[in-house]
Design a protein around this ligand. Structure first.
Ligand code: ZN
Length: 146
């Protein structure tokens, strides 16, 4: 177990369990995950995520390139694309912040990167967290969006 403080949340993460869960998951955008252009584009944007986010996900045992449930919403006039992606971590929630969704940055309503917590449920007495990335991301895929 590892104590993590992220965006005002205090968590006890079972990093070994999370790590081994991610080990077996396919990469986002691969055939076994979902090979649609929106997932493929999301996968390309991960390297450009704020470093603090990448580090915190990895500290919890999450591989940001794998297995997330990726939803694409729309393309903004600024040409960025709104996405919400949900990752999972195993462990315990110790303390919640007042704000459920925390901005890593927010330039305006269509240019931000935030983190929040989604579904939290028990699975055989163990808590599973949904960790949400809610962000406007660039289009990096060569193929143009529909
Ligand atoms: Zn997809």
């Amino acid at each position: 177990m590892k104590s993590i403080i992220m965006a005002g949340y205090e968590l006890e993460i079972d990093d070994n369990k999370t790590l081994s869960y991610y080990k077996n998951l396919p990469f986002i955008g691969e055939e076994e995950h979902c090979p649609c252009m929106y997932c493929k584009n999301y996968a390309l944007t991960i390297a450009g995520f704020p470093k603090s986010v990448q580090n915190q996900l990895r500290e919890m045992g999450i591989d940001p390139a794998k297995g997330a449930e990726v939803s694409h919403f729309y393309q903004s006039k600024n040409s960025k694309h709104m996405y919400v992606a949900e990752y999972k971590a195993f462990g315990k929630l110790v303390k919640k912040p007042n704000e459920e969704v925390i901005d890593i940055y927010r330039n305006n309503e269509e240019d931000y990167f935030s983190i929040g917590f989604g579904n939290t449920h028990f699975n055989n007495e163990e808590m599973v967290f949904g960790i949400l990335i809610d962000a406007f991301l660039p289009w990096l895929l060569e193929e143009n969006p529909e």
